[in-house]
Design a binder for this molecule. Structure first.
Ligand code: SAM
Length: 492
């Protein structure tokens, strides 16, 4: 049965699924078709798109904010919109900075000695500044943060301090998890209910959770946070499929009872139906799909891949202990788990949501100079200085999307993933970068395409395929032609 979950869907099954999405209004003006060969399936325009026109806006099927980003951005666990208030966002960020500073102090014995502690973060921030994000007037050259009193941070967290003009940046109030856990918070009852219905009721740590072994669930989460938070998204696929299968089964039972008949549907048919959205995703085994990093010697490749497999085994064992159901046993097969994570490796989109905190400080900095703006500057400056150049850290996560995951790469793309001003959540957004004809395939570039053929091939090797786009074919034949011409000249 596990093998059935991993079978490539037939053309007819694929057609049925994507037609169902289209009739539900998903991806208007688009259709998914088989291309064949290396390309598999692709997303196609079913109408003309003008340059800069929105091609696709789609919510995730499954996804999560990165664990390491949670202290930086308080967002709805379901749609990734920022929530709470500007004061709370800034207060939480300062609190976590305070914790980091205390940690630095413990590790190095001095605050300044810890400044180099998170090289990766600092590089990312610098890149953001160079890309023009740093417009608030904070000292971008220095990563030094100025200390701020705990009382001031507390006053933000408790809501006692109201920052000037923060009401210009209203955020949805926090909706608690219906299961009573403190880990997940939402922007609305709608998001809380959707999360509960589609995966969270089985993965919630709260008192109303449907998970029967919360201790194992906690161990599963801890393991994921310590190793790779992609396991948390894989758990959403498994929990979501179980919950959907239960719903389908109940519906069948209800219909049969209404007709006074015995339900005829087999468990495995129900499971296959519930699994349908994930059956469509292009998959490979995770430990076979991950690219070998440059710093790993090829002679060590087997042990490198074994480490990934070992992690997946550990993670799956915890998840099994937490939410296993015999009826849905195939979902807990290692090959299935490995393919779910491999599917993420090959298809997932990095979710990025711009920070309203950045907008807020830019707004304050851009106010026309008068007494009120001077006052606003004086009140907000200590917070900006305490946040330092990291004031604009975005919400980041990873998600798997039904239609976006069908978009192939081209080194001569006609669309790009781009968040517009109004896209303040975790939806995947694609815009046309030139006019697109009806019937044309929608393509994006997975890499920076402003490189020559060799560099592009090297970058795409990380994605596990050799590009067969029209530009690469032209460039390759040009290369062959040039080398033949050169060989001919040398022979003469
Ligand atoms: C995100 S998926 C795109 C949808 C995929 N074609 C499918 O059938 O589901 C990425 C995979 O599509 C294939 N692919 C995408 N762009 C390609 C290209 N330019 N040349 C060759 N294969 C490509 C590769 O197998 C890649 O791992």
């Amino acid at each position: 049965m596990a093998a059935m979950l991993l079978e490539t869907p037939s053309d007819a099954a694929m057609r049925r699924y994507y037609d169902k999405l289209a009739s539900a209004g998903k991806g208007p003006g688009l259709r998914v078709d088989q291309i064949g060969g290396a390309f598999g399936k692709g997303l196609f325009a079913d109408k003309v798109f003008d340059q800069d026109e929105l091609v696709l806006r789609e919510p995730k099927l499954v996804g999560a904010q990165h664990e390491h980003n949670k202290a930086d951005a308080l967002v709805c666990s379901f749609c990734f919109q920022y929530i709470g208030s500007m004061e709370l966002q800034i207060g939480r960020r300062l609190l976590s900075k305070g914790d980091e500073s205390a940690h630095d102090l413990k590790e190095t014995g001095s605050l300044s000695g810890g400044e180099e502690g998170s090289d990766m973060d600092l590089t990312e921030e610098k890149e953001e500044s160079e890309n023009g994000h740093d417009g608030c007037g904070c000292d971008e050259k220095s990563h030094n943060r100025k200390a701020i009193s705990t009382e001031l941070v507390d006053s933000l967290l408790t809501g006692d301090l109201h920052l000037p003009y923060s009401d210009k940046f209203p955020l949805s109030p926090i909706t608690s998890c219906p299961g009573g856990c403190a880990e997940d918070v939402f922007c609305s009852d709608m998001c809380a209910d959707e999360a509960w219905r589609t995966y969270h009721s089985l993965l919630c740590a709260g008192p109303n959770s449907l998970c029967e072994n919360k201790k194992a669930l906690a161990q599963f989460k801890e393991h994921a946070c310590d190793s790779n938070d992609i396991f948390l998204v894989a758990a959403q696929v498994i929990a979501g499929t179980i919950l959907q299968a239960r719903n389908l089964k109940n519906e069948i039972l209800k219909n049969a009872t209404a007709k006074g008949k015995e339900p005829r549907q087999q468990t495995h048919d129900i499971l296959l139906e519930a699994w349908e959205p994930f059956a469509m995703g292009f998959k490979k085994l995770w430990w076979e799909a991950v690219a070998l990093p440059d710093d790993v010697d090829p002679s060590q490749e087997d042990s490198f891949r074994d480490q990934f497999k070992e992690l997946a085994i550990e993670s799956l064992n915890y998840l099994k202990e937490a939410i296993y159901e015999e009826e849905y046993d195939p979902l807990f097969d290692l090959e299935v788990y490995g393919h779910i994570i491999g599917m993420f490796e090959l298809n997932n989109l990095e979710i990025v949501v711009p920070s309203p905190v950045e907008d807020y400080f830019i707004y304050i900095d851009d106010l026309p100079k008068d007494d009120q703006s001077a006052h606003a500057g004086t009140v907000t400056r200590p917070f900006l200085d305490a946040l330092g150049s990291e004031y604009a850290t975005y919400c980041t996560g990873t998600g798997f999307f039904a239609l976006q995951s069908c978009v192939n790469h081209s080194c001569r793309p006609n669309a790009k993933a781009f968040k517009r001003e109004e896209d303040r959540d975790g939806a995947a957004v694609l815009l046309a970068i030139r006019p697109i004809r009806k019937g044309e395939e929608i393509t994006i570039s997975y890499i920076d395409e402003n490189h020559d053929l060799e560099e592009r091939q090297a970058l795409l090797a990380d994605y596990g395929f050799v590009c067969s786009c029209s530009r690469c074919i032209e460039d390759s034949s040009m290369k062959i032609f040039s080398s033949r011409a050169l060989a001919g000249m040398l022979q003469q």
